[in-house]
Each structure stands twice: as structure tokens, then as C-alpha cells.
Design a protein around this ligand. Sequence first.
Ligand code: GLU
Length: 341
Amino acid sequence: MVVLLVVATPFSWAADQLPHIVILATGGTIAGSAASNTQTTGYKAGALGIETLLSAVPELKAIARVDGEQISNIGSENMTSDVLLKLSNRVNELLARSDVDGVVITHGTDTLDESPYFLNLTVKSEKPVVFTAAMRPATSMSADGPMNLYNAVLVAADKSSWGRGVMVELNDRIGSARFTTKSNASSLDTFKAVEEGYLGTIVGGKIYFETRVDKIHTTRSVFDVTGLKSLPAVDIIFGYQDDPEYMYDAAIQHKVKGIVYAGMGAGSVSKRSDAGIRKAQAKDIVVVRSSRTGSGVVPPDSNQPGLVSNSLNPAKSRILLMLALTKTDNPEIIQQYFNTY
Ligand code: GLU
């Protein structure tokens, strides 16, 4: 008698059926290396390459087919428009391919309110784009980078992440690029959107999305940087007691196309800045008033000069104003962008 023995094996996806996620590395603390595992300051950011980052998280192989590319290896304080253009163009190329399901970008935390917002406005795809970073260098005890990278790939590989705009994943939270900003110079729990909160969280390897963003992004955005070699120059001028008018003279001399005023309170302008802004406007420089407070809306005010930033912080306002100036210098259209993007 022949006995057939059927052994049941647990179901799992074949590796070639897993989502294909491309990780683009740009540098930052997530790729940072220190002399000892207790050193969390004074280390070298952007020291380790993409291969080292990936080899620290072999668990990625169970959730995605992962490829890595090195775009740059810099601290994000040294990020430039050139790198942003390169990054955005590469993401668009990758996501246009039917064999790529999403992109993860590793980045420094210091300007992690700027680059994700730039891509939020210039990527032409519903597929997920997820930025991640770390507050502790890769060599640190309890480094946060590996789990952040794992969670970012988890989000990028998930169908429920499509169409939500560019996201920022750190510390088990998923934030929108439109609102999220670094809120604390040194703590792990630093990426926040004070008014708007998070899009969702990750608990026990499962994604819990809670909200969607109403502002225009990705496929509905009018901004297209394909073929652009540079961006219009836009400076930020900070408002404070005794702020001097000569900052505006310097910006005018350098022939900037736009100025973001990081104003006090709801974008209040001192008499000195008022004179400077009007001088700049007379030279056809577009000025947008924003707030240095870190949250809240700057409302239109006919007694003060310039356009208003809505709820964008000064750094994000600069990103939008650069892109707006690639399309028009009409103040009404630019104000409309600030109201809706
Ligand atoms: N200043 C560096 C950067 O932004 C390191 C800070 C960090 O990544 O946390 O890339």
C-alpha cells in the first residue's frame, strides 16, 4: 500500500511577488558614523553608503524587493536646488516604470521640512514616496535609523499608501510633507505637525492610516521640473525687534526673484521691514509673509505688504515660491498657489 503524505507549509509570498521599492540615499545622520556607540553629537553625518544602510536591515527582504541608489551623501544643511532637481527627476523616472512600486528616500533631519515638500509638489505619481531619517547615528546604541528605514519601506510597499502625497516616516509616525517639520533640535520624537497631526502610525508592523491631506499635491500639482537646470533664487528674511532694512538691499543687490519674510506672530511687519519689502516689490521681487511661530495661519491683511503663506512655515514657503516663480510672476496666481498647495 502506498501512503501519500501531504505536508502543509505556511503560505508566504514568493520573493519575486513582493513589491519592488527603490531606496535613494542622500546622507544625514541615518548614514552617520561616530567614534563610539554612546556618541550622539559631533559625529560625521553622511559617512556610510547605501549598502551599509541596507545591510543593517536584512528584514527588508521579507517585505520588499529592495534596490538602493546613492544620490548624494551630505548633511541636509548642504542640500541644494541642484540635488533637489536631480532627486525629483530620478523619482519621476523610477515611478513611471511599471516594475517599481514605490520609493524611499533617506535624508538628514535638519531640512526634512523642505525636500519632502519639494517632491510633494513635483512628483507625478500616485505611488508612495516616503522620506525617512534618524536622530541617532547608525553607530549609536539604540540607533533609530534601522527601524525607521524598515517602517518607511513597509509604508512604501503598501497599497493603502497610494495617493496620499509625499510622506515622512520617523519614530513610528507617518506625516504629510505639506505639514511635517522638525520641532525639537535633539529629541527622537521631533517630527510633528502641531495643528494637523499625523496621517497615521505604525504599530506592531501594521500601518494605521487616519487622515488624508486636502491640499494639492503630486498628480494634481501644476509644477513640473522636468528639464529645469536651476530654480529662481528666493531668500528668507527673519523678522525680529530692531530688524534692519539692509537685508532687503542685499537681496535686491543679489537679484533674487522672491523673498519670504519670516514674520513675527501672524506675519507682522516692522516699519523697517515694511520699507524694505516695498523697496523689493518696486523691483518686481515677489514677497510672501510667513510666520516664525512654527504653526498657525498668516491671513491676508491689506495694511501690510506682500502675499501671505497660509499655514506654510518660512522654509516650506520658500520651496513653494521658487516653484511658483517657474510658472508666473502674477501675484494673484501665486497667492492662489499659497492658498491651495
Ligand atoms: N545636520 C545633519 C543633516 O541634517 C545631521 C542631522 C540629522 O540628520 O539628524 O543631515
